[in-house]
Write a protein of this length. Structure first.
Length: 44
């Protein structure tokens, strides 16, 4: 049971790191898209 928990934690950590790298690499595009979405919502 302890080994399973350790494996799950390690996998979750790797996924978190990869997810953060993806966010950082697409941060500008994401912010621009989010800004456009907010403009559309506020405009409507």
């Amino acid at each position: 049971v302890v080994v399973l928990v350790v494996v799950v934690v390690q996998v979750g950590f790797v996924v978190l790191v990869v997810f953060q790298k993806m966010i950082f690499s697409h941060e500008r595009k994401f912010v621009q898209q989010l800004g456009l979405d907010l403009d559309v919502v506020l405009g409507n």
